[in-house]
Structures are given as C-alpha cells and as structure tokens.
Design a binder for this molecule. Structure first.
Ligand code: SF4
Length: 460
C-alpha cells in the first residue's frame, strides 16, 4: 500500500463517551492514514470531520444535531472556497439513529456504525460516487477486527486494547445490545500480538476494553476457549508490560478464575470497575441485571478476600422507572456498605426502543435530581476519604508524562488515582515508590523519597 505519495488531508475526529469510543477513534485515524489523512486539532480547515458519538450521554441526539449545525456552516464556507469537508457520524448514535441523521441532516456524507470502521476507505471512495449520504450500520464485528490495520499511532505509557465488543445481557435501560450487537471476543493470539506492539511502542500499562469485558471467551487457533483470567496471565508474561486493567465488567461474569487472577497475578491492578446500578433488588430485577444486591455484596467480599487492598468503582443510575424512595434508600445503604473509591452516577435518561423507556412508573425530574445529589454527595465523600487514606503511605506510581507545572510529572497509583510529583522526564514509563504527601478529592501529591536506584523499571 502506498503511504507516501498521497498529499496530506486534514482529519478532525471528535469522540464522545467511553474509552471504547476513544479507542475506535484512534483506529479510524489509523485506517484513514494510508489515504493521506492526518489528524488535526480543529475542524475549521479539515477535509474530513468524524463525530464519534455515544448514546449513553444525556440528550446525545440533540447535542449531535447542534454540533452538526455548526459543522454545516463550516462545510458550506469551504465549498464556497472551492473545497469540501466530508462529514461523517460514527458510533452508537449513528448505529441507532442512522435514518434520522440522514433525514434531518442530509448534508452529512457518511453514517457508519461501530462495526464498519475498517470499511472507511471504501466508504469514503463511495461518497465521491454517491448522490446522497452513505449509511453503513451492519453488525459484522468479526469482520471488523479481522480487517482493521495493526494500530499504528503510539498511545503512550498507558494504552487501551479492545478485546471484546457487544453484549447479550439486555439490561432494560441500555442500548448497547442494539447498537453494538451480540457479544464477540477477539482471538487471544490477536490480542497478545496487539499488546506486544503496544509495549514495543512504549506502553507499560494496558487497559483491556469491552462493553462486557469479563464475558471474554476468545477461541485460539486450536479452538480452545480462553477466559479473561487466562488472557491476563498470558499478557502479564509480556516483558515490559507492568500493569493490567480491564473494564467494564458485569457482576455475573466475575468467575472464580478471574477473582483468583487478582490474587495471583501481580500485574493485575487492585482496582475494579464493577457496575451495580442500584442497591434495590426490585429495581435490579426491573433492570434485568440478573443479580441481587446481596449477590453483589458477597462478590465484593470474595474479591476483597482474594485481594485485600482492592478498591472498587461502580456505575449507579438514579431514578430508574419504578424506583421508590425505599429503593433509593437501599442504594444509599449499599454504597455505604461497599465504600467506593470512585464512581460514575447518572440520572436515568430514557433510550428510545429500550424496555425501560416503555415501562411504567417514570420518576419525575426533580426527584431524580435530588436522589442523584444524595448519591453523589455520598460517593464524593467516599472518594475523598479513600484518597486521604493514602497520605503518608508509600505507593508505587507509574509515571505517565509531564505534569501541569515545570519539573513535575503525572502518574497513577495502582488504584487509578492521578498523582503529581517533582521528577525528571527520564522516569516517564517507570514505576517508582512515592511517599504520598497529601490526598486531595481528585488526585494525590507525592514525592520521590530517594534517587531512584539506577532508574530501572520494576513491576508494580
Ligand atoms: S451489561 Fe452493560 S452493556 Fe450489557 S446491556 Fe447491561 S448495561 Fe448494557
């Protein structure tokens, strides 16, 4: 493939939502690079703009259309000057609402679902021949992974690697099973090869991504199925790869082997994002989560038994349809009982076509607001207490890059807390023991206690 003779074209990519979308945006840039597209920081002078959307965001569709309205003005200005700006909408909103996008914004050239990114070059070529917009929102996940190029742009000291896509759980509030399709796991050999490439490019910590990542069950060339625990073990053996994480997990897929991996594999960090969504069994049943609050608490106990310093993060929805005040109180009690180091909490917001959207008992906005505030104030206090508890301790920190102030580096603890410390750039990509001077609500301040011994990396 010729990569050097094509004149550079400017590509502006805007990504909303989860890390899967950020990862997909990198891959879209990779797949367009051979066509001469190079990323730029602003849309005004771009030859192509891709909006990589997220359906989980509140009012995602309205925000998309208002962004498209601004881009239409830029596209028309470029056309008046004899140039064009290809406009593409990707991601989950594109998948769910492709027809509405082309009807309401006919100036959009391309609408593509998450499984079509490998076809971008072909789709871009089709646009030049097409009279109207091109829409590709099929579900061939396997084909996508087979055809995407090897990731080329280095991600840095911390990198993401998608190992699994889609979900078969059908939680009542969620669009993922409709937008990303059925659960699909990549072959372990492909995951390991990509991880080795990332490490060769400087990655020291890899976060494995998947909508339901711990449902991973990739088949190897011999046809043997690997669970996530086996994959983590193989990844941990890659020289230079110091830390492993994975997200997002479902409580029902935390099997014994995976719990044991937290105990037995030092590279698996003692931090787990494990969504609970509600502390009420009634609401969990309405959500179709397939577990109770007590199941979750017993799972947390088993995890902490295996790895006593494990910190947990979670997702919580305030005001799911049918949620009563007693249900809300049960959620607050569960949060108190677990003690989360971090959390993401949201007001329930209907997703068209999902069972929860059509369910009875929608909670009014004021009540949802109040419940969310109560949940968040508890979670904020827990996060602040967790960060403060690290003050005075020695903690292994992976330095990831320069900090905001001169002479400062940023890094992260095993529990994903951001840390700042005075240290030289040569320590980026290494793990160093730091004394934590202070634990702030959102980050830690640390200091090197002695010159690092011959500046070698050591496993976290
Ligand atoms: S498990 Fe997660 S991705 Fe799957 S349906 Fe439920 S919330 Fe959505």
């Amino acid at each position: 493939m010729t990569q050097t003779t094509t004149p550079k074209k400017k590509l502006f990519l805007r990504s909303w939502g989860c890390q899967m979308n950020v990862y997909d945006s990198h891959r879209m840039a990779d797949v367009l690079a051979p066509l001469g597209y190079a990323p730029v920081d602003a849309p005004e002078a771009a030859d192509m703009v891709i909006l990589n959307t997220c359906h989980i965001r509140e009012k995602a569709t309205e925000k998309l259309f208002s962004e498209l309205g601004r881009l239409r003005v830029m596209k028309e200005a470029r056309r008046a000057g004899g140039q064009d700006m290809l406009l593409a909408v990707a991601g989950c909103v594109a998948q769910a609402e492709g027809a509405e996008i082309t009807a309401r914004a006919p100036y959009v050239d391309l609408v593509l679902g998450p499984q079509s990114y490998h076809k971008l070059p072909e789709l871009v070529a089709r646009i030049s021949r097409a009279a109207g917009s091109v829409v590709d929102t099929e579900f061939p996940t396997e084909e996508k992974f087979d055809h995407l190029p090897e990731a080329s742009a280095p991600q840095g000291v911390t990198a993401f690697l998608t190992i699994q896509e889609g979900c078969d759980k059908f939680c009542a509030f969620c669009v993922v099973p409709y937008t990303r399709g059925a659960e699909y796991s990549r072959a372990p050999e492909a995951v390991l090869a990509e991880a080795r490439r990332l490490v060769a490019q400087g990655a020291r910590e890899i976060t494995l991504l998947g909508q339901n990542v711990n449902a991973y069950h990739g088949a190897d060339a011999a046809g043997a199925e690997w669970g996530l625990a086996r994959l983590l073990e193989a990844l941990a053996a890659i020289p230079g790869l110091l830390r492993l994480r994975y997200t997002t997990s479902h409580p029902r897929d935390m099997d014994e082997a995976l719990i044991a991996a937290h105990r037995d594999i030092p590279a698996v960090m003692p931090f787990l994002h494990l969504p609970i969504q509600s502390g009420s069994d009634r609401v969990l049943a309405a959500m179709n989560r397939g577990h109770t609050a007590d199941d979750y608490l017993r799972l947390v106990d088993r995890l902490r038994e295996a790895r006593p310093d494990l910190a947990l993060s979670t997702d919580i929805i305030a005001g799911h349809p049918g949620e009563t005040e007693a249900d809300h109180q049960a959620t607050l009690r569960l949060i108190e009982r677990v003690g989360f180091a971090q959390a993401f909490s949201f007001k329930y917001s209907p997703r068209p076509g999902t069972p929860a959207d059509g369910a009875a008992g929608h909670v009014d906005e004021a009540t949802k607001d109040r419940r969310l505030q109560e949940i968040q104030s508890l979670l904020r206090a827990q996060q602040a207490a967790f960060n403060a508890s690290k003050a005075g301790q020695m903690v292994d920190v992976l330095f990831t890059g320069p900090g905001r102030h001169p002479g400062q580096l940023s890094g992260r603890t095993p529990w994903l807390q951001p840390v700042h410390a005075i240290a030289g750039l040569e320590l980026v990509g290494t793990v160093q023991p730091l004394r934590i001077r202070a634990g702030h609500p959102n980050s830690l301040a640390g200091e090197l206690v002695s010159p690092p011994p011959n500046q070698e990396q050591h496993a976290a």
